[in-house]
Design a protein around this ligand. Structure first.
Ligand code: UT7
Length: 329
């Protein structure tokens, strides 16, 4: 009898997250710019966010989230041979934030690098780690989304500064043998896209090779909104098609947490029931690459996401970039 060919899967062993000390409500922001709690809640669903203080750098937040994910996964520095940090707000132009996290965690083997896909960064990082792990080249990955967007916001621009927050989330993925069916635990499929023609709609107006400054985030919110639902639902349809699953099969939908209206519209378009949506946008604001692992961490630790659950993650962000991954927890 022939055995089915070996199929490696990237299995989630644990998640963890970390938020800065300072929590900032909409009411506090209304003392800084011409805005109101009502406007922010109605247009975005955001009620509060956390902002990094001095010393709370992206690598510090990332390291703390990683420590929690590793403890939950039961893995130590000696087990990890791949570290990917998705961030658009690195501590320094170089070295990468990932190598700083690697050193802080005492990991001395393997490889560490940053991945830059703005708000889609965590989905891109999961997909990238999955390629490494399922090729057999690496065994155990730490995938982190970590951001300090407060450092690149224009605090005089009410159209952007009320939307974003800081934080980090991490996931430990390990290569394990599966049967090659959608009943396997692990990343079942991922679908990444980008289209650089949309650069002007969401960008930072500085950088080492242009202005020599870090610059500030600029966004045509309405334009981004116009594209977000179509792009994210497209890549989720790709994930369903690749696995022969439907919205009904999902246990949890964990989208990028930018705007509650975008989340609800995407779920409604695909027929995903409201009770399957994990939403943390009210608590964290838009934390870019950190938003999905923060949400996953909240829902895994409060007992909602359990082993064997089918979980869809998706995001869309600057570039534009967008992507989805379907994971059997
Ligand atoms: O994570 C990457 C992806 N990013 C996103 O997904 C963000 C996508 N975009 C959005 O979430 C929404 O477009 C926003 C929340 C940014 C804005 O909501 P909107 O419903 O598209 O509002 P708008 O930009 O059309 O602005 C409506 C009004 C404007 O006033 P007028 O021109 O109608 O008089 C703005 O000046 O709201 C005004 N406004 C504000 N008012 C109070 C804009 N920002 C604020 C503010 N407080 N903070």
């Amino acid at each position: 009898m022939t055995r089915p060919s070996k199929c490696l899967r990237s299995v989630v062993l644990g998640v963890g997250s970390y938020l800065p000390q300072r929590r900032v409500t909409n009411a506090e922001l209304a003392t800084m710019v011409d805005t109101s709690d009502d406007w922010i809640v109605q247009r975005t669903g955001i009620k509060e966010r956390y902002l990094a203080g001095e010393g709370e750098t992206t690598s510090v937040l990332a390291t703390r989230a990683a420590q929690k994910a590793m403890a939950f996964a039961g893995r130590t520095a000696a087990d990890i041979d791949l570290v990917i940090v998705a961030t658009s707000t690195p501590d320094y132009t170089f070295p990468s934030t990932a190598t700083m996290v690697q050193a802080a965690l005492g990991i001395t083997q393997g490889v560490a690098f940053d991945l830059q896909a703005v708000c889609s960064g965590f989905v891109f990082a999961v997909a990238t780690a999955d390629k490494f792990l399922t090729s057999g080249s690496h065994k155990c990955a730490l995938v982190i989304g970590a951001e300090t967007f407060s450092r690149i916001l224009d605090w005089n621009d009410r159209t952007t500064c009320v939307l974003f927050g800081d934080g980090a989330g991490a996931m430990v993925l390990e290569a394990q043998e599966g049967e090659g069916t959608i009943a396997d635990r692990g990343v079942l499929t991922s679908h990444l896209r980008s289209d650089g023609r949309h650069r002007e709609k969401l960008f930072v107006d500085g950088g080492p090779s242009t202005t020599g400054t870090i610059g500030h985030l600029r966004m045509s919110g309405r334009e981004v909104f116009r594209h977000a639902v179509g792009m994210t639902t497209d890549v989720m349809v790709d994930a369903f098609a690749a696995t022969g699953t439907t919205a009904e099969d999902l246990d949890w939908f964990v989208p990028h947490q930018a705007n509650e209206r975008i989340i609800d519209a995407s779920a409604e378009k695909l027929g995903i029931s409201p009770e399957k949506i994990v939403k943390t946008v009210s608590l964290h604001g838009n934390t870019s690459a950190a938003s999905i692992p923060l949400a996953l961490s909240v829902a895994a630790h409060d007992g909602r996401i359990k082993a064997g659950d089918l979980v869809m993650i998706e995001a869309m962000g600057g570039g534009f970039t967008w992507g989805s991954a379907l994971i059997r927890w």
